[in-house]
Design a protein around this ligand. Sequence first.
Ligand SMILES: [Zn+2]
Length: 177
Amino acid sequence: MPTIMTHAVAAVSISHALAPRSYLPTTSMLAAVAAMVPDTDVAAFRFGISYGGMWGHRGITHSLMFALMIGIAVWGYFGELPQRERLQLAACVALAAASHGMLDAFTNGGRGVAFFAPFDHTRFFFPYTPIDVSPIGWAFFSNRGVRVLLSEMRWVWFPALLLAIALHAIRRKPAGL
Ligand SMILES: [Zn+2]
C-alpha cells in the first residue's frame, strides 16, 4: 500500500477537482477519511485472516463495491443538501474511497486488489507498478520508508497537486471566459 498520507493527498486532490464549492472543507475531510479507511483491514493479519481471502488485506475494503457503499451512506446522511450538491459530495467521497484501491494497484508489492469483491475475489495489479510498496507498521520508520515516501511524492503527490491546482483554476474561471 502507499502510506495513508498519500491516500489522503489523493483524496483532497479529488475533492478540489470535484467537490461542490460551498462544501469543499467537509468534502475534503470526508474524502480523506474514506481514502484511509480501507487499510483498517491490516487488522486481518492480527486475527489470522488469510491475506488472499475476501476479508484479508486489499480484499473487500479495497473493492469498488465498498467505495460505492460509502458513497451511498454519505448521500443518505446529507439528505438536507440540494440534490446536485448532495450527489456531487457523495460521488467525490466514493471516488476518494475507490482511489485507495487504484493507488494500491500501482504498487510493486504485496497482493493485488480485489476490485470486484464480493463477486469475484481475483486480485489485480495495473500493468505498470511504479509506486514502491510501503512497509507495514513500525517498519515504515526506516530507510525503506523514506524511499517509499519519495516514490509516492513523485508518482502521487506531485501529479495530484498539479491536477488540483489546474482544476481549481479552471473551476474558478467566471462563466463565459
Ligand atoms: Zn490499501
